[in-house]
Design a protein around this ligand. Structure first.
Ligand SMILES: Nc1ncnc2c1ncn2[C@@H]1O[C@H](COP(=O)(O)OP(=O)(O)OP(=O)(O)O)[C@@H](O)[C@H]1O
Length: 978
C-alpha cells in the first residue's frame, strides 16, 4: 500500500517537486523540468462538449459581445447549475427569481431583459453525471494526457457546490466521477503506463490543513522559480478508484463543516483534491519516451454568505474569511479580464495564491457556478451570474507538460524495477541446483546450504520489492490490439460505481435541512440543541453509508469465507460491461502483479506480513485502513500461493532425487540432499499452515474490529465536537484578551500622560529655582575634569557652552525679574487708574444729580416768573397800589434775575467740570487699556522666557548625558589601556 510523506507538492500548476521517501510508493526528490508544448495529444477532442463549452457568453441585456480577439482563444469553461427550490423555500412561499431559458441562457423572472449566456446552463433536474459530461470530462481527459486541469464549484452557501463536487451514493459528484474516469482512461490506454497520486487539503480561516494527514496543520505556501507549492503536504499513490475515494472519505472526516441558518452541513473551508498523473510509454525500453506530468485539481469552495445570515461568533468569523477570499477571487478574475490591469492581487488570499497557476497558466479550467433560484437570494444569484460572466473572459492556453528529466517518479520506479529484475536474473543464474553439488564434502554442503538460504532470502526480498513497485504502476489489462482506439477514449464513457466504491460516498450527503427532516428542524428552530442534534444526526447518517457497507462485507465474509480479493471480483459491475473499471474495484490486481511472482520468498514475506497482520487488527476505523486490510489479505494469499508453488517444485525435485537414490542406494550425498529437501518441505508446510491460520485469524479479528468501529466512530465524533467547542472557546478567549490588552494600553497611556503633566510642572518649578543650574553646571564642571587629553577640548567647549547657558539663564532671570517688577507697577497703576475712574464716576453721578436738581429749580422759577408777569396786567383804579407793587416786583424780579444768572453760571461751570471729568475718565480708560496690553505682553514674554528656560534645561540634560557617555568611554579606554 502506497502511503508516503512528501515534503513538497506542486499546486494547480502541475509543477511537481517531489521528495524522497523509503517506501516504493514514496515520491522521490526531483527537480523535474517539464515544458509546455502546444501540440496536444489529447484524449478529449472528440468530446461532445468541447464545441459548446467553448462558445462565449454574452451579456444580453447590454447587447455587448465579447471582443473578437477573445473569441479566437480558449477560455475558461463556464457552466451554471440550478438546484431545485428546497422544501423549506417552498414552505416559506419563495418564488423562482432566475430560470434556465434553454441550454445556454439564464433569465430573470421579473425583468426579462436581464439575461446572461454561458457555455451551458443546467436546469434543476439535470443529473450530476450530465454536468460531468459537459463541464468536466474534457478537463479530466486533458489531465490524463498531460494538461493541467482545474474544476471548481462556486456559489452562495447552500446552492449545491458540495452536491455537485462530492455528491452522494444516489448521485456521485464530479470528484468521484473524475476519479473513476481517470482509471477508465488508463484501462483504455494500453500503450502507456501510469502512476497516480493524490493529495487533499482545505483552506480554513486562511490556514492550510492537510486532510490526509491530521498532523499537517497550518502548512506553508511556498514559491520557487517553478511556481507555488504547499510545503510538507502528504501525497498518496493510489491503486484503484476505491482506494482514491477512501482517501477522500477519510479526508472529509477532518474537513471543517458546521451548521448555519442556510445549510445544516455547510462547508466552512475551501477544499482542493489534487490528482497528480504521471504517464510514460509502456514497455521495458521506454527510456527515451517523454513522461507526461499533470495535475487535476478538483475544488469545492465554501459558499459566500450574505449579510442576511444571522450568524455569530465562530460562524461569523469563518464567514468573513470565506467572503474575503471569494472577494479576492472575484477581484483576481476581474483583473485577469481587464487588459489595462497590470497587477493581479493573487497574494491577497491563500485561495488565489494556490489558484494562480490555474488561472494564469497553461491548463484547462472549468467553473461550475451553482445557483439557487429562490427569490430571497435574487441579489446573491445575480452576483454569482456576474462573477461567472467575468470568469468567461479569462484566456487560457492548454498545453501538455512533458518531463524530460529522468527523475520523474514513474521513471524512477521503472528504472528500479529493471535493476531489480536484472539482479534477480543474476541470482537465478548464480544459484546451483543441489544435484550439481555431488563432489562436495559434508562441511561444504552445510556452507553451501547456508549460502543457498541466504541467496534465497535475497532473491525473495528482490521479488517482493519488484512486486510492490510493479503494483504502483498502473497499466491497462487490454492489449493494444484489443483496444478500441489507442489514445482515444469513448466520449460517452459511462461510470458505474461498484458497491465498494459507492461505500466511500456519503449515504445521503447534506440533504437540505428541510428535506424529510424539515419538520424536525423547522418546528424546533432556534434552539441550539436542536440544530446540534440535527447536525449530529446528519453526520451520523452520512457515515452510515460506509458503516453499512462494512457490516455487509462482514456478513459476506462470514457466509462465504472467501478472500476480499475474491469479493472484489464479485463486485465486478455486471451493470455495465463496457466500463472497464467497473469490472473490478481493485485495479491494482489487474496490474502487472502476476509477472514473475512465482519465486517470492515466503520467509521474508511472512515475517513482514506477520507484523503487518498484527498491526492491522487496529486499523479498521477508516476506509483507508480497510484498504490496507484488503491489501494485507491479498499479500497473505499471494504468499500462500507462492509457497504452494515452491513446495510443488521441491516435491518434484524430491521425486527425482528419490528415483536417483533408488538407482544408487550407496550414494550418501543423495541421501543427504533428500534429507535436507525433506526438512525444507516440512518447514514450508508448517509455514503454509501458519499462513492459513493467519488468514483465518485475520477474518475473525476483522469481524470483532468492525463492531468496535461503531464505538470508535462515536468517540472520534465526540472528540471532534469537543475540539470544535474548544476552538470556539479559544476564539472567545482570544477576543477577550485583545479587549483586555486594549484596556490596559489605554490605562497606561492615561497614566503616562498624567506623569508627563506632573513632570512638566515639576520641571517648570525647578527651572525657576536657578540654583539648580549652578549645581548642574558645577556637576558638569566636576565631571568635565577628565584626565583624558583627547577629550579635553570637547569638555572645554561643553563647559564654555554651559557657562554661556548659565549666563543666558541669569540674564533671562534678571529680565524676568524686571518684567515682573514692571508688571507689578503696571498692575498698581492700573488699579490706581481704576480707583480714579470709579471716583470720577461717583462725582459725575453727583454732578448730574445736582444738574437735574438745578434744572428743576429753574423750571419752577420760570413758572413763578410767568405767573408774576400775568398778574402785572391789572385795571387803572388800582394804579397807585399797583405802582408800589410794581416797584416791589421790579426789585423782586431783579433779585430773581441775578439769582438766575448765578444759577446759570453755576450750571455752565458744572457742565464744564462734567466735560473735564469725562475727558479725564476717557483718558484713564485709555491708559488702563494700554496698561492691560503691556501686562499681556509681559505675560507672553514671560511664557516665552519660560519656554526658553525649559529648552535650556533640555540642552543641559543632553550635555549631562553626553558628558556621562564620554566619561564611561574614557573609563573604558582607561580600562583597555591598563
Ligand atoms: N442539483 C440539486 N438537486 C437536488 N438537491 C440539491 C441540488 N443541489 C443541492 N442540493 C441540495 O441542497 C442542499 C445544499 O447543498 P450543498 O450542501 O451542496 O450546498 P453548498 O453550496 O455546498 O453549501 P455550503 O457552501 O454551505 O457548503 C443539500 O441538501 C443538497 O442535497
Amino acid at each position: 500500500m502506497g502511503s508516503k510523506q512528501v515534503s513538497k507538492s506542486r499546486n494547480a500548476a502541475g509543477f511537481s517537486k517531489l521528495k524522497t521517501a523509503e517506501s516504493p510508493a514514496s515520491s522521490t526528490t526531483s527537480s523535474s523540468k517539464h515544458y509546455p508544448e502546444t501540440s496536444v495529444d489529447d484524449y478529449s477532442h472528440c468530446s461532445p462538449t468541447s464545441s459548446s463549452a467553448r462558445s462565449k457568453p454574452q451579456l444580453l441585456h447590454t447587447g455587448k459581445l465579447p471582443p473578437k480577439a477573445l473569441q479566437s482563444k480558449e477560455n475558461v469553461t463556464v457552466t451554471v447549475r440550478f438546484r431545485p427550490l428546497s422544501p423549506r423555500e417552498i414552505s416559506k412561499g419563495e418564488e423562482i427569481a432566475w430560470y434556465a431559458d434553454g441550454e445556454t441562457i439564464v433569465r430573470n423572472e421579473h425583468n426579462q431583459s436581464i439575461a446572461y449566456a454561458y457555455d451551458r446552463v443546467f436546469g434543476p433536474t439535470t443529473t450530476t453525471r450530465h454536468v460531468y459530461d459537459v463541464a468536466a470530462q474534457h478537463v479530466v481527459n486533458g489531465a490524463m494526457a498531460g494538461i493541467n486541469g482545474t474544476i471548481f464549484a462556486y456559489g452562495v452557501t447552500s446552492s449545491g457546490k458540495t452536491h455537485t463536487m462530492h455528491g452522494d451514493q444516489r448521485s456521485p459528484g464530479i470528484i468521484p466521477l473524475a476519479v473513476k474516469d481517470a482509471f477508465s482512461i488508463i484501462q483504455e490506454t494500453p500503450k502507456r503506463e501510469f502512476l497516480l497520486r493524490v493529495s487533499y487539503f482545505e483552506i480554513y480561516n486562511e490556514v492550510v490543513n492537510d486532510l490526509l494527514n491530521p498532523a499537517g496543520q497550518n502548512l506553508r505556501i511556498r514559491e520557487d522559480e517553478q511556481g507555488t507549492f504547499i510545503e510538507g503536504i502528504k501525497e498518496e499513490v493510489v491503486l484503484s478508484p476505491a482506494h482514491a475515494l477512501s482517501l477522500i472519505a477519510a479526508g472529509e472526516e477532518h474537513r471543517h463543516i458546521g451548521s448555519t441558518s442556510f445549510n445544516l452541513l455547510s462547508s466552512r473551508s475551501h477544499t482542493m483534491f489534487t490528482l497528480t498523473i504521471e504517464s510514460s510509454p509502456l514497455g521495458d525500453n521506454n527510456e527515451g519516451g517523454a513522461v507526461h506530468l499533470s495535475q487535476l485539481n478538483l475544488i469545492d469552495l465554501a459558499g459566500s454568505e450574505s449579510s442576511k445570515a444571522a450568524t455569530s461568533g465562530l460562524r461569523r468569523k469563518e464567514g468573513s474569511y470565506i467572503n474575503k477570499s471569494l472577494l479576492t477571487l472575484g477581484t483576481v478574475i476581474s483583473k485577469l479580464t481587464d487588459r489595462r490591469a497590470n497587477h493581479v492581487p493573487y497574494r491577497d488570499s491563500k485561495l488565489t495564491r494556490l489558484l494562480q497557476s490555474s488561472l494564469s497558466g497553461h491548463g484547462r479550467v472549468s467553473l461550475i457556478c451553482t445557483l439557487t433560484p429562490a427569490s430571497s437570494n435574487t441579489e446573491e444569484t445575480h452576483n454569482t451570474l456576474k462573477f461567472a460572466h467575468r470568469a468567461k473572459h479569462i484566456e487560457i492556453q492548454a498545453a501538455q507538460n512533458k518531463i524530460i528529466d529522468e527523475k520523474s517518479l514513474i521513471k524512477k520506479y521503472q528504472y528500479e524495477i529493471r535493476q531489480l529484475k536484472e539482479e534477480l536474473e543474476q541470482f537465478k543464474q548464480g544459484i546451483k541446483p543441489v544435484s550439481q553439488l555431488k563432489d562436495t564434502s559434508d562441511d561444504n554442503i552445510v556452507l553451501l546450504k547456508q549460502k543457498l538460504e541466504e541467496e534465497e532470502d535475497a532473491k525473495a526480498a528482490l521479488m517482493s520489492r519488484i512486486q510492490r513497485l510493479t503494483k504502483l504502476i498502473l497499466v491497462s489489462t487490454k492489449t493494444p490490439q484489443t483496444s478500441r482506439v489507442s489514445y482515444r477514449v469513448d466520449p460517452r464513457r459511462r461510470h458505474s460505481f461498484g458497491e465498494e466504491e459507492l461505500a466511500y460516498l456519503p449515504y445521503k450527503r447534506r440533504d437540505l435541512m428541510d428535506d424529510e427532516n424539515l419538520e424536525f428542524y423547522v418546528s424546533r428552530e432556534g434552539t441550539p440543541e436542536t440544530i446540534e442534534d440535527a447536525f449530529r444526526e446528519e453526520k451520523k447518517t452520512r457515515k452510515h453509508g460506509l458503516l453499512n457497507w462494512l457490516k455487509l462485507k462482514k456478513k459476506d465474509k462470514s457466509f462465504q469465507g472467501s478472500s476480499v480479493s475474491d469479493k472484489s471480483s464479485v463486485v465486478k459491475s455486471d451493470s455495465s460491461p463496457s466500463t472497464p473499471q467497473g469490472e473490478g474495484s481493485n485495479f491494482h490486481m489487474e496490474s502487472r502483479l502476476s509477472e514473475g511472482s512465482a519465486l517470492a520468498d515466503q520467509l521474508l514475506e511472512s515475517r513482514e506480513n506477520k507484523e503487518v497482520h498484527e498491526d492491522s487488527f487496529h486499523e479498521f476505523e477508516t476506509p483507508e485502513t480497510r484498504i490496507k486490510m484488503i491489501d494485507q489479505m491479498e499479500i497473505l494469499r499471494e504468499q500462500q500461493k507462492i509457497l504452494s508453488e515452491e513446495m510443488a517444485q521441491q516435491l518434484k525435485t524430491f521425486k527425482l532425487l528419490s528415483e536417483e537414490a533408488a538407482n544408487a542406494p550407496q550414494n550418501e550425498d543423495i541421501k543427504a540432499e533428500i534429507k535436507i529437501l525433506n526438512g525444507d518441505i516440512k518447514a514450508k508446510n508448517d509455514q503454509n499452515a501458519t499462513l492459513g491460520k493467519q488468514i483465518l485469524d485475520f477474518v475473525i479479528a476483522s469481524h470483532d474490529e468492525l463492531d468496535k468501529s461503531d464505538l470508535v466512530q462515536a468517540v472520534s465524533e465526540m472528540r471532534a465536537r469537543l475540539n470544535e467547542k474548544c476552538f470556539e472557546l479559544e476564539v472567545k478567549a482570544a477576543d477577550n484578551r485583545v479587549i483586555q490588552e486594549q484596556l490596559n494600553q489605554k490605562t497606561c497611556l492615561c497614566e503616562e500622560l498624567q506623569e508627563e503633566v506632573a513632570n512638566l510642572k515639576h520641571q517648570l518649578s525647578d527651572a525657576l529655582e536657578l540654583g539648580d543650574i549652578s549645581s548642574v553646571t558645577s556637576h558638569m564642571q566636576q565631571s568635565s575634569e577628565s584626565p583624558n587629553k583627547n577629550e579635553e577640548k570637547v569638555i572645554e567647549a561643553q563647559a564654555f557652552e554651559i557657562e554661556e547657558l548659565k549666563l543666558k539663564t541669569e540674564e533671562l532671570s534678571e529680565l524676568k525679574e524686571q518684567l515682573e517688577l514692571r508688571n507689578k507697577k503696571l498692575a498698581e497703576e492700573s488699579s490706581y487708574a481704576k480707583g480714579l475712574a470709579s471716583a470720577a464716576a461717583v462725582e459725575l453721578k453727583a454732578l448730574s444729580e445736582e444738574v437735574a436738581r438745578l434744572m428743576n429749580h429753574n423750571q419752577r422759577l420760570a413758572a413763578d416768573l410767568a405767573a408774576v408777569h400775568n398778574s402785572s396786567v391789572t385795571p387803572r383804579g388800582k394804579i397807585g397800589n399797583q405802582r408800589n407793587g410794581r416797584r416791589e416786583k421790579f426789585i423782586k424780579r431783579k433779585e430773581q434775575d441775578s439769582s438766575l444768572m448765578e444759577l446759570k453760571r453755576e450750571l455752565s461751570m458744572c457742565k464744564e467740570r462734567e466735560v473735564s471729568f469725562e475727558s479725564a475718565l476717557v483718558e484713564k480708560v485709555q491708559r488702563e487699556a494700554e496698561l492691560q496690553r503691556t501686562v499681556e505682553e509681559s505675560k507672553e514674554r514671560e511664557a516665552y522666557l519660560e519656554n526658553e528656560l525649559a529648552n535650556m534645561w533640555v540642552l543641559v540634560a543632553k550635555l549631562r548625558r553626553s558628558q556621562g557617555a564620554d566619561d564611561s568611554d574614557m573609563q573604558q579606554n582607561d580600562h583597555i589601556g591598563t
